[in-house]
Design a protein around this ligand. Structure first.
Ligand code: IVH
Length: 758
């Protein structure tokens, strides 16, 4: 008779093998019912012998508890994204790129692998000693959310792999098959919830769930295609890598075409386009990668993307439908945008009932009228747009559209008379108290990539503003549990109450936002010209918001631009000065030299500070630099900080005890600098969030699992398996007291205590 231990091991192996056949090979060999029998048998045996339960048992996929939020994981290697090639640039565009890579690698015969570009969410899976230990979202490419427990619920992800290197990170895309998407949306509609807009949003929304039990109900899938950190040797080509990943038990792209010329690549891209609708999941393009890994490093990277791979974007999909009405939306900055209200139509993966009409001039140029039959188009992430009218189908009684009379001369949200911005062809509501603008600003503040206030979507933002709970985005930090829980999201006649549980979740998200890094805050504050990427650039070179507000670097960028303009005007050899007298030219020459000297000194300062790189041109001087941000951005950021709104924002944040940190300021000689910490057990003198914040503020990293890369495990009472892991990896374990002592040695800023916040 086999022992329970042997029986359990055999069942696990059998279930894993069936998972592999189902998810990797797409060739199941038993029925779902037969699989369930095996699964239940294993669960019964484990219940009878709980000491034999292992975290990587198939029964433990939904073992994780709901969490208040996600820990951040710093990727061992950054997760890159790809630059695009567009179908409209055709074979020529492709040849141009391939030619540019060939130039970088002379004398090499290059191979290209074409794969589908799956439209989902990029994730990284980390295996140590063959066990799945951490799974993370891409985040900003450097740091992502630790979503290990959620990823464990995806049965296509093996919880352990055989014959793998000690450390192996694999990267890929989590997606939701279209059938699963439709099912979830139906369920949401039945529950009176707003369904997801498309499978990608559904996949992202599912992975962001704080309760793994909910994630487990979403039929998510995954495909793996890139390596991350690996302690052993990786296969020499992309095709060999995919074969190896498949052998290890990972699902890999189902379409892989090895090509040798641009023509072959183009043919493969076209072949993929013909069959991709039958995949059962959305693809938004093709990915073309240099197959030979050794040559990739030689081809190198631009500031943001690898040179050796591109994403090919297929032509936008179009559909025909009827324009039922035109409504006007008020944006964050007061811009009034006309929106097409359409007869719903299905377009590659989602039902579309609204599309942007851009602005008044666009509507006039295309002569779009209410009642028209129109062609709409959806291109990747972009909101669908109305491309043109099908004139032949125009009904008899339509009238040309007149923007101002359509809105009765008033902002549809607040009734103020709008003003037309002559430069951008937009009507703008300039009422600073316009509730629609407040709502949009709040939504922007709360969105992913900004402060990530989960639960604060458009409906909640709207209700918070309309019910007077939020006037300015920073007001979210003064929200109290009870009134927030009682918030009515519906109408007075048909109330829909936000609820205590949701309110508590939102307050927790606000709590996390307090310690978000400077880059997130710079983004969230919606400073003109400062988008997500610029926010990151600024945060890298500044420690605090005050440092950005008073930035000598930004002032130098603006000054350098001005000096360039003035020097050009004072150049005695310039065309404009051709007719000047010799005397005047002499004066100009002195002025010109002095301006050039000042520009050189300013450029040299920017170069020395790493805020600029030398311009790539012949005879470049110190004044010819490419700055990290341009003069328009620098000027806009400085202007915002010195405006009433900017200074009031800084004052309020300081009063609220919010002081986001950026730069490498905290690094230096701090004992935390560059070290990775894992927290376990309950800390007595601070919350985990506070401890994380303090570690990061000192230049350290926080991870949720112990590995050989961990430097310190901080163990409080109730510490569990992480303590054993620490011993296994020989990692130093310190008590909370020791941790606090370490902090004592390093200067930290006090963060407010929980009860002061609500
Ligand atoms: S390779 C350095 N391959 O598309 C290589 N990406 O636009 C990084 N994606 O961030 C990515 N399918 O999230 C690669 N077969 C595929 C892909 C793929 C989907 C996503 C991925 C990436 C984005 C780039």
């Amino acid at each position: 008779m086999p022992s329970a231990k042997e029986k359990i091991a055999a069942l696990r192996r059998e279930i894993e093998e069936h998972d592999r056949r189902y998810y990797v090979e797409a060739r199941p060999t038993i029925s779902d019912a037969a699989y369930d029998v095996l699964y239940r048998e294993l669960r019964a045996l484990e219940e009878a012998h709980p000491e034999l339960i292992k975290p990587d048992s198939p029964t433990q996929r939904v073992g994780g508890k709901a969490t208040a939020g996600f820990w951040q994981v710093r990727h061992a290697m950054p997760m890159l994204s790809l630059d695009n090639l567009f179908a409209k640039d055709g074979l020529d565009g492709l040849k141009k790129w391939i030619g540019s890579v060939e130039k970088l690698l002379p004398g090499q015969s290059l191979e290209w692998l074409v794969e589908p570009k799956v439209d989902g969410l990029a994730v990284s899976l980390r295996y140590e000693h063959g066990r799945f230990v951490t799974g993370a979202t891409r985040g900003d490419g450097e740091t992502g959310d630790d979503i290990t427990e959620n990823l464990k619920t995806i049965r296509a992800i093996p919880l352990h792999i055989e014959d793998a290197p000690e450390v192996l990170e694999v990267r890929g895309e989590v997606y939701l098959p279209v059938s699963g998407f439709r099912r979830i949306c139906d369920e949401m509609r039945t529950a009176g919830e707003e369904p997801f807009a498309n499978p990608r949003n559904a996949a992202a929304g599912s992975l962001k769930q704080l309760d793994p039990a909910i994630v487990a109900t979403r039929p998510l899938a995954i495909v793996l295609y890139s390596p991350g950190e690996c302690s052993g040797d990786l296969p020499p080509t992309q095709s060999a890598l995919l074969a190896w990943l498949k052998q290890l038990g990972f699902p890999v792209p189902r379409f892989q075409k090895l090509c040798h010329t641009a023509d072959e690549v183009f043919a493969s891209i076209e072949e993929l386009d013909k069959i991709r609708d039958d995949f059962g999941y959305e693809t938004d393009g093709a990915v073309i990668k240099l197959n030979q890994v050794a040559l990739r490093e030689q081809a190198g990277y631009t500031s943001r993307f690898p040179r050796w791979a591109k994403a090919w974007k297929y032509l936008a999909e179009q559909a025909e439908t009827r324009l039922r009405d035109i409504t006007v939306q008020v944006g964050r900055t007061g811009a009034l945008t006309p929106v097409a209200e359409l007869e719903p139509v299905f377009l590659r993966g989602s039902t579309i009932s609204r599309a942007t009409l851009h602005n008044e001039d666009e509507i006039r140029r295309k002569d779009i009228r209410i009642g028209d039959t129109v062609i709409i188009e959806k291109a990747g992430e972009v909101i669908p747009a109305v491309v043109k009218v099908v004139i032949e189908k125009r009904p008899a009684n339509t009238e040309p559209f007149d923007f101002l009379s359509h809105i009765g001369g008033k902002c549809p949200a607040c009734g103020h008379a709008p003003r037309r911005d002559p430069e951008f062809a937009v009507w703008v509501c300039e009422n600073p108290s316009c509730p629609a603008q407040k709502t949009r600003r709040l939504e922007y503040f709360a969105k992913r990539g900004a402060l990530d206030l989960e639960g604060l979507g458009s409906i909640v933002a709207d209700a918070l503003v309309v019910r007077g709970l939020v006037n300015d985005p920073l007001d979210v930090f003064t929200l109290k549990l009870e009134p927030l829980g009682a918030l009515n999201l519906g109408t007075d006649e048909e109330p829909r109450i936000f609820g205590g549980k949701n309110a508590a979740k939102l307050l927790e998200a606000c709590q996390r936002a307090r310690t978000m890094p400077l880059a997130r805050w710079l983004h969230a504050l919606a400073i003109p010209e400062v988008g997500e990427e610029t926010a990151h650039d600024l945060a890298k070179h500044h420690d605090t918001l005050e440092a950005v507000a008073d930035s000598a670097l930004l002032r130098d960028v603006v000054a350098l631009d001005r000096l360039h303009t003035e020097a050009d005007a004072a150049n005695p050899r310039a065309k404009v000065n051709r007719d000047k007298s010799d005397m005047e030219k002499l004066q100009l020459a002195t002025q010109h030299t002095s301006l050039i000297e000042q520009a050189n000194a300013t450029g040299a300062r920017l170069l020395a500070a790493g805020f600029a790189s030398p311009a790539k041109k012949k005879n470049a001087t110190d004044a010819d630099v490419t700055t990290v941000v341009g003069p328009v951005v620098a000027q806009a950021a400085l202007a915002w900080f010195s405006s009433d709104l900017g200074s009031e924002t800084l004052r309020r944040m300081s009063a609220l005890g919010i002081s986001p940190r950026g730069g490498d300021s905290a690094a230096g000689d701090s004992p935390f600098s560059g070290k990775t910490f894992v927290l376990t057990g309950t800390l007595q003198t601070m919350s985990r969030g506070e401890a994380q914040e303090k570690i990061r503020a000192q230049g350290g990293n926080v991870s949720s699992s112990v590995s050989s890369k961990t430097h310190f495990v901080v163990a409080g009472p109730g510490a569990g398996s992480k303590l054993e892991d620490a011993q296994k990896h020989g990692v130093t374990v310190i008590s909370e007291e020791e941790f606090v002592a370490m902090l004592g040695g390093a200067k930290t800023e006090e963060s407010p205590k929980q009860d002061e916040l609500f």
